[in-house]
Design a protein around this ligand. Structure first.
Ligand SMILES: NC(=O)c1ccc[n+]([C@@H]2O[C@H](COP(=O)([O-])OP(=O)(O)OC[C@H]3O[C@@H](n4cnc5c(N)ncnc54)[C@H](O)[C@@H]3O)[C@@H](O)[C@H]2O)c1
Length: 266
């Protein structure tokens, strides 16, 4: 059972001192910011990404408290080797952040079985394999926490995103299923729900109006990956010790509703 208690909270700048966290898809975007934030809160960080483009600079950034490896969340053997390297080095694992994910925009009639399956494998099978692969280590931790990455597309659907939307709805289901099943082991499982965030996933050369389009939320701007990382830190730390099977929405008000700008009516 978790030894965390709201009566004995660690100081905020050492929230995760002595803990070990694993972050997937950490090469860039939100994963990079999450790895950086957990490190700054005192954790050692095992970080993986399927792309090796940024792995060297990530390793340099994490320094002695980092283990970085090429890692595909859809491949069980890849989980084994990342854990062998990371837990072999740090001796334990307390936190898993299933961040890696991919977006695909295609009308239903153009989506293929292969494409749909690929998105599901990364976005939903990946977190499942992560929890399963890390379970024995997390069970040994006295403060285990998992955070899965959903999306506001897991609350209301977007057209032309059938694979992404359905995979992210499923991530919420997986989060709650794992939370109730693993509560007895003292493992908390929650989801972070980003809205439009300023990461490479959203910004492509062929979509010049994306910033304006994504900023149509009540706070009238896109979010920064650091703002998602703060929510993840809360969900893996002692300050959320009674929260499991839950979700933190970080979306600038996107799911809350629409800012109405029409004329008044008396
Ligand atoms: N950016 C947003 O607006 C937004 C909104 C809601 C949810 N999300 C979710 O947040 C998470 C992070 O997204 P991001 O915006 O940082 O995206 P990103 O594309 O900037 O980064 C994703 C990272 O995941 C890695 N990755 C892809 N497939 C992988 C695999 N099979 N194994 C391991 N790593 C893999 C990529 O190489 C990349 O480094 C994703 O799950 C995404 O669906 C993002």
């Amino acid at each position: 059972m978790s030894s965390y208690s709201f009566r004995q909270l660690p100081p905020p700048d050492a929230e995760l001192a002595g803990r070990v966290a694993l972050v997937t898809g950490a090469g860039r975007g939100q994963g990079r910011s999450i790895a950086r934030r957990l490190l700054a809160a005192g954790a050692s960080v095992i970080a993986g990404d399927v792309s090796d483009e940024h792995l060297d600079e990530l390793a340099a950034e994490l320094g002695d408290r980092g283990v970085v490896g090429r890692h595909d969340v859809t491949d069980a053997a890849s989980w084994v080797s990342l854990l062998e390297g990371g837990v072999g080095r740090f001796g334990r694992l307390d936190i898993l952040v299933n961040n890696a994910g991919v977006l695909r925009r295609l009308p239903l009639d153009e989506e293929s079985e292969e494409g749909f399956t690929l998105i599901w494998r990364i976005n939903c099978l990946g977190p499942f394999l992560g929890i399963k692969s890390c379970l024995a280590h997390l069970r040994r931790s006295d403060a285990a926490a998992v955070v899965n990455t959903a999306s506001t597309a897991a609350f209301t659907a977007w057209s032309q995103h059938s694979a992404y939307v359905s995979s992210k709805f499923a991530v919420r289901g997986l989060t709650k299923a794992a939370a109730v099943e693993l509560a007895g082991d003292g493992i908390r499982v929650n989801a972070v729900v980003p809205g439009p965030i300023n990461t490479p996933m959203n910004f492509r050369d062929d979509d010049p109006n994306v910033l304006e389009r994504l900023s149509r939320v009540p706070l009238a701007r896109v979010g920064e990956p650091e703002e998602v990382a703060e929510a993840v830190l809360f969900l893996v730390g002692a300050r959320s010790s009674y929260i499991t099977g839950s979700e933190i929405v970080v979306d600038g008000g996107q799911t809350a509703g629409t800012v109405f700008t029409g004329p008044k009516r008396a």
